[in-house]
Design a binder for this molecule. Structure first.
Ligand code: PRP
Ligand code: URA
Length: 214
């Protein structure tokens, strides 16, 4: 579904909304939380890959030869922002098993809320790939903006897709203002951030809930 933001797609399929409600629940276990993040990433992946180019291919069915379609164009790379982004990788990989995976490590300084970069390992040919960045939470937008900026420095051109599960308006606006060729996919646009820069109502700390660290 289109949103008030030109480059933001809200993935609000009823099953997505149902699963997101369970994800938000503070009593949902870490195991269930991981399963839901993976499933939501798969649903979102369908939307994020909707415009992939297709090419004709000849296929021989048991009955005859026919012309069908296969995905063509640039190869894909999935780039999770560590840690929480890791929870979305498997879901997207189910859709695109051949995609390469690059990792960007970033955590937010608890006082300034600014992202701190601590790791980067990308496919060597990242500049030639179409890139989908994944991270469940888009709060201030600092981490996603830094990740996209890093990818641009590594030569990634064209539209970078950013898949998140919950976004705050300020995070969306920050990412869109920093790069004019980003397309954001989200399952929800929440109300605001609290004083600790957590999304409200949100779902808490996604990384901690995925990895059971709190
Ligand atoms: C979370 C989340 C995003 C970031 C979003 O990561 O997964 O990367 O915060 O916040 P922002 O939009 O204000 O930058 P966190 O820093 O908690 O690290 P973690 O994934 O290792 O838990
Ligand atoms: N990171 C999270 O994991 N949750 C938030 O609400 C904000 C940043």
């Amino acid at each position: 579904m289109a949103t008030e933001y030109e480059r933001v797609t809200l993935v609000d399929h009823p099953m997505v909304q149902h699963k997101l409600s369970i994800l938000r629940d503070r009593d949902t276990s870490s195991k269930k939380f991981r399963e839901l993040v993976k499933e939501l990433a798969l649903f979102e992946g369908y939307e994020a890959t909707r415009n992939l180019p297709l090419a004709d291919v000849e296929v021989e069915t048991p009955l005859c030869k026919t012309t069908c379609k296969k995905v063509s164009g640039k190869k894909l790379a999935i780039v999770p922002i560590l840690r929480a982004g890791l929870g979305m990788v498997e879901g997207v990989q189910e859709l695109m098993p051949a995609a390469r995976v690059g990792h960007l490590g970033m955590y937010r300084n608890e006082e300034t809320h600014e992202p701190v970069e601590y790791y980067a390992k990308l496919p060597e040919d990242i500049a030639d790939r179409e890139v989908i960045v994944v991270d469940p939470m888009l709060a201030t937008g600092g981490s996603a903006t830094a990740a996209i900026g890093y990818l641009r420095k590594r030569g990634v051109s064209g539209t970078i897709k950013l898949m998140v599960i919950v976004a705050a308006p300020v995070g969306i606006e920050t990412v869109l203002a920093a790069d004019d060729d980003v397309q954001i996919f989200t399952c929800a646009i929440d109300e605001c951030l609290n004083d600790a820069a957590y999304i409200v109502p949100g779902l808490g700390d996604a990384g901690d809930r995925i990895f059971g660290t709190k």
